[in-house]
Design a protein around this ligand. Structure first.
Ligand SMILES: [Zn+2]
Length: 429
């Protein structure tokens, strides 16, 4: 089954996670959220596991500390959430961060690297169980069986050159020494890195040498407006070669294109509750805040709600029929009206946008489960021709945006079609 994973990144995600369990298969929880809300978040995972059989992974996050300063306050101290997590992992990570500001796995001693790798595994294996026992266990009998993560995700080091592979090799080796549940490493690669077949081969060897047959894949900045057809083709090669080698692959961040990779053997993808379809290392301190962008499904793109409504009205398309849009809006006008009203109302728009997005992502996973590859490619072409002119004509849509990504996806897939199956159910690993 194609696994769709929802990222649990901040407290705004709680409501959709609780109420939309039919719309995702597993969660990827950012480690610092657990450490910061050590009662509430583990308890939520316990409740979901107990009542809905929801499984989860923990995003180890340590790679966030490699470069930049987006995890620190202006005085250089760690932001509260990160500080809690780092203090759980303890030394050497805590001390190295304090002294150096960053921790780059390729620049620290082997002893430190292996210790941090092990601390990450221990956190993932024990934290949720421990927190639930500590919180609930005082008052009631709790059964924490089945509350371990689905797999451990070891610390991952960004791979931009071949030498970076050996850093990950060391981390995986140390992680394996103490892991008592299976590892599912995340291969975090740049688009440039996977250009070359030899390097892609080294990634497979890295897993194979450690007897690992499952992996997350994070291709840095696989943004639909910034990725060329050739770059998409190499991603397809990577997935097809992994499948050939018997490795089960799961995108760490994925947009609609990642669903189409299911026809080449990809076994799952992941996304946030709104956005979170791609990611790159962040260098600067960026503010949070909820952007109220609507995910316009036919064009697989986020737009200002007013712009989305404008495009769809020009195209004379009816309102989205998902459970959430249909409950709140009878027309596209209702959506732009709510978006244009004052901040308090815009606040109430955000949860609808989140739930609509999650519903769309579910429909993408279902689409590849139930349709042929050719049908999906035809739909891309139809959507491109039906929406290009209303999209380009709308003065609400940023002039920097276009719909060319739909055709880049289609062309990339067509050029690699000999490696694809028509029905996802035909994939054999
Ligand atoms: Zn909707």
């Amino acid at each position: 089954m194609f696994e769709s994973s929802l990222r649990y990144t901040n407290f705004h995600d709680k409501h959709p996670i609780l109420t939309q369990t039919d719309y995702y298969d597993s969660l990827i929880v950012r480690a610092h959220l657990l450490a910061y809300a050590r009662n509430a978040v583990p308890d939520l995972l316990y409740q979901l596991a107990d009542e809905e059989a929801v499984e989860y992974y923990i995003d180890p996050m340590v790679s966030d500390f490699r470069v930049g300063e987006n995890f620190t306050n202006s005085d250089g101290s760690l932001k509260a959430w990160h500080a809690k997590y780092v203090s759980h992992l303890g030394d050497p990570l805590e001390r190295l961060l304090k002294n150096d500001g960053n921790v780059d796995a390729s620049e620290i001693s082997n002893r430190h690297l292996r210790q941090i790798a092990k601390d990450v595994v221990k956190f993932q294996q024990n934290f949720v169980e421990g927190a639930v026992l500590e919180g609930r266990g005082k008052y009631e009998e709790v059964d924490v069986n089945g509350l371990k993560p689905k797999a451990v995700i070891p610390w991952h080091h960004r791979m931009a050159q071949s030498e970076d592979i050996s850093v990950n090799r060391e981390i995986i080796d140390a992680s394996q020494e103490i892991a008592d549940i299976p590892l599912k490493p995340c291969l975090y690669v740049t688009k440039e890195f996977i250009r070359d077949r030899t390097r892609r081969r080294l990634l497979i060897e890295l897993l194979d040498d450690n007897n690992i047959d499952q992996t997350f894949i994070w291709v840095e900045d696989l943004h639909k407006q910034r990725t060329s057809q050739r770059q998409y083709e190499r991603v397809i090669d990577l997935i097809a070669e992994m499948r050939e080698a018997g490795v089960s692959t799961h995108f760490y961040y994925g947009d609609y294109f990642s669903n189409l990779l299911a026809y080449f053997g990809l076994q799952g993808t992941a996304h946030g509750s709104n956005y979170g379809e791609e990611r790159q290392e962040q260098l600067e301190n960026v503010g949070g805040g909820n952007l109220t962008r609507y995910y316009l499904n036919p064009v697989k793109e986020f737009l200002k709600a007013e712009a989305a409504a404008d495009v769809m009205q020009t195209a004379q398309e009816p309102m989205c029929t998902c459970d959430y849009c249909s409950r709140h809006f009878s027309s596209w006008n209702d959506l732009s009206y709510l978006a244009a009203t004052d901040d308090d109302d815009a606040e109430s728009l955000f949860p609808i946008l989140q739930k609509h997005f999650i519903a769309m992502k579910r429909s993408h996973a279902e689409k590849v489960r139930n349709n042929s590859l050719d049908d999906c490619l035809d739909d891309l072409k139809d959507d491109f021709s039906n929406y290009s002119s209303p999209f380009n004509a709308s003065d609400q849509v940023s002039p920097k945006k276009d719909l060319d990504h739909l055709m880049r996806w289609k062309s990339a897939i067509e050029s690699k079609k000999s490696q694809a199956v028509q029905q996802v159910s035909k994939i054999r690993l």
